[in-house]
Design a binder for this molecule. Structure first.
Ligand SMILES: Cc1cc2nc3c(=O)[nH]c(=O)nc-3n(C[C@H](O)[C@H](O)[C@H](O)COP(=O)(O)OP(=O)(O)OC[C@H]3O[C@@H](n4cnc5c(N)ncnc54)[C@H](O)[C@@H]3O)c2cc1C
Ligand SMILES: NC(=O)c1ccc[n+]([C@@H]2O[C@H](COP(=O)([O-])OP(=O)(O)OC[C@H]3O[C@@H](n4cnc5c(N)ncnc54)[C@H](O)[C@@H]3O)[C@@H](O)[C@H]2O)c1
Length: 465
């Protein structure tokens, strides 16, 4: 078949990039949108939507078990994992349907298949229903994302390990879930399955959980997970995994004090993600990759090949849906606006959806020290916040890093009830370039968690470091 010509080809359908092909088509461009899997990408199908749906079930189980503390009698709580999975499946199906509905736009062709570059402007699609199509366009946007990194430990290929997608399809509770990795995915699933009723062991190769964060954060997170009955092993390097005679799994872990064996029923690998670039063959177009296989881009998200752009996780760096969405904003300006936009200097907030949530934005205390900044560090335990006391959710703390000279807020870390929302209030103050005194003196409704910001930012509370 002859090559088919489009104005723009977008490869991958992500939650972040869901508006770009539609906007381009509305603007009169002929757009091909190529997807090899389910529409909506990771966030909708196997990331944010299903995990946060299941986290909600786990939180309810946890709260229900605490009912007695609140003066309620509701009896023993047990979890029907198959029913939790049904709720999750329904949520994903709804989100996917919603997504697909948005693609009904004149000028936009959704092509189901796997894209592969055969030249700088040419892409061959292996169609899901068989056969191939060859498309050409002056502008190509790569939004192909990442997938779980397979562990390179002895025996891993001989046993069935779970990843973040397959674990959500379990219909029965693991008796003992061993998790490799103490990052976002390891912690969210670890707490979730503990609350569902599994025994859980987290095996983290680095000295701390959430290694990029300040030490007090890692310690507090480890303490609250241990408090819920999770075993947390740090500086624990998994060496090999094998099946036991009883049908379980045995993990051999090397730790500073020697070798240890952990036996469990299931092992989840949550050790990071790798870019979806093999099938895409970007080298055929001359697109430069970094040494880990991610696509290199400039501040306008353009790759080393003019006219070819990359957005979302496939370009490396922080991997969040809201960042993929911001990439859409940048590409919209570049491809449809009058002026190019840039990704330089973006403030990237994030929230780890453990309970209590951990919300973060801007500079950490350690980053400030590395930059030799003179800062004030404000810290307030959640047990000092009236709302947290009244609702019985006093675990965690609020923390802010303030420039000692200008009084501007440089960053915040909130481990506490609605930690992501509280962090976002501080983020807005940072966006508005407000001095910390604006939050110290603001009138917040009593008794909200936000009220804690008055105390957190009270000038007397903050030692200079
Ligand atoms: C378990 C889990 C939980 C998460 N929770 C959160 C959260 O709470 N908040 C948050 O902000 N982020 C979360 N994330 C991260 C978030 O999902 C990603 O950052 C986001 O999905 C990245 O979007 P993207 O633009 O890179 O595209 P993706 O969502 O990765 O989509 C890429 C699409 O490209 C398709 N594709 C790949 N190669 C080809 C090809 N050659 N041809 C055609 N199609 C192709 C894929 O099938 C996929 O549909 C989570 C991730 C995981 C795994
Ligand atoms: N709430 C959210 O926004 C959210 C939730 C889930 C995932 N995500 C995104 O998905 C990405 C991937 O999550 P992730 O948890 O897989 O990666 P991660 O990079 O957050 O954490 C991986 C952890 O595994 C550890 N590790 C690496 N190799 C190991 C090994 N062999 N044995 C034991 N531990 C090992 C690392 O030290 C690290 O702590 C995240 O970086 C994040 O961007 C975001």
């Amino acid at each position: 078949m002859a090559d088919e010509s489009y104005d723009v080809i977008v490869i991958g359908t992500s939650q972040g990039g869901r508006f770009l092909p539609v906007d381009l088509a509305k603007a009169g461009k002929r757009v091909a949108l190529v997807e090899r899997g389910a529409v909506g990408g990771v966030c909708v199908n196997s990331g944010c939507t299903p995990t946060k749906t299941m986290v909600a079930s786990a939180r309810l189980a946890y709260q229900a078990r605490r009912a007695g503390e609140y003066g309620l009698r509701i009896g023993p709580v047990s979890v029907d994992l198959a029913a939790v999975r049904e709720r999750k499946r329904a949520m994903v199906a709804g989100a996917r349907q919603n997504y697909a509905g948005r693609l009904d736009q004149d000028g936009l062709d959704l092509i189901e298949g796997e894209a592969r570059f055969t030249g700088p402007r040419t892409v061959e699609i292996a169609l899901r229903d068989g056969g191939t199509r060859t498309l050409t366009a002056e502008v190509i946007v790569v939004d192909t994302g990442t997938r779980p990194r397979p562990p390179e430990i002895g025996g891993a290929r001989d046993v069935d390990l779970l990843d973040s997608t397959s674990i959500m399809e379990l219909g029965e509770l693991p008796e003992h879930l061993i998790i490799l990795g103490g990052g976002y995915i390891g912690l969210e699933f670890g707490q979730m399955f503990r609350r569902f009723g599994s025994e859980v062991t987290i095996v983290q190769s680095r000295p701390r959980l959430l290694m990029p964060e300040d030490e007090d954060v890692s310690e507090a997170v480890a303490a609250l997970l241990r408090d819920e009955g999770i075993t947390v092993l740090t500086s624990a390097v998994a060496e090999r995994v094998e099946r036991t005679d009883g049908g379980g799994l045995r993990l051999t872990v090397s730790m500073p004090d020697g070798e240890r064996q952990v036996e469990g029923s299931h092992v989840l690998a949550a050790i990071g993600r790798i870019p979806n670039t093999e099938a895409l063959a970007p080298e055929a177009a001359g697109i430069r990759l970094d040494d880990r296989g991610f696509i290199e881009v400039d501040e306008h998200l353009e790759t080393s090949v003019p006219g070819v752009y990359a957005m979302g996780d496939v370009k490396g760096g922080p991997a969040f849906t809201h960042l993929s969405y911001d990439d859409y904003r940048v590409l919209h300006a570049t491809l449809l606006g009058r002026q190019k936009a840039s990704i330089r200097g973006r403030t990237v907030p994030y929230t780890v959806f453990i309970d209590p949530q951990f919300g973060r934005v801007g500079m950490s205390e350690r980053q400030a020290a590395e930059q030799n900044r003179t800062v004030r560090v404000a810290k307030l335990p959640m047990s000092a916040v009236v709302r947290a006391i009244e609702t019985g959710e006093t675990r965690g703390f609020m923390k802010a890093v303030i420039d000692a000279d200008t009084g501007r807020i440089l960053g915040a870390a909130v481990l506490g009830a609605e930690g992501g929302e509280i962090m976002s209030i501080i983020q807005v103050a940072m966006l508005g370039n407000l001095p910390y005194t604006a939050l110290a003196n603001a009138i917040f409704t009593h008794p909200l968690l936000a009220e804690g910001l008055n105390t957190l930012f009270a000038p007397d509370e903050q030692p200079v470091t």
